[in-house]
Design a protein around this ligand. Sequence first.
Ligand SMILES: [Zn+2]
Length: 159
Amino acid sequence: MTFALSALSLARLDGVDPRLTRVVKRAIQLTTVDFAVIEGVRSDDQAYRNWGKGRTAAECRAAGAPTSYARPAEAKVTWVRRPLNTRHRRQANGYGSAVDLLPAPYDWKATASFDAVAKAMREAAQELGVAIRWGADWDSDGYPRERGEADSPHFELAQ
Ligand SMILES: [Zn+2]
């Protein structure tokens, strides 16, 4: 089975660092599970929106995020300390350096599918000589989610 990125997935790679884009485009050729790019470059509004999920107004205030973004009843989706501390934002070189990939069957709890995509991303990155980090294995020791990391869709440039 071979897969290809959809037009929407390709559009979402717009503005993403060419090194990471190359890795994603190679990974879709290597993966055993189809995947979609669900986010590339992220605006500050979207960064605040994500950070506010699972956090109170007080937590937002303490972190410098507008309190209107607080959504304490929702599940937390990001563990970064500062809301704008995300590599999805445009970096100094003008590119975003993170992508979120959602594998088939597009179920957030399908851990094995995320692991399969991570394997393809790792292989593609190795082949292309690009250092990347995966949101479910921040220390890249091959043991996903060992410290509660849950950002399975997230990949970013490591340098
Ligand atoms: Zn992400």
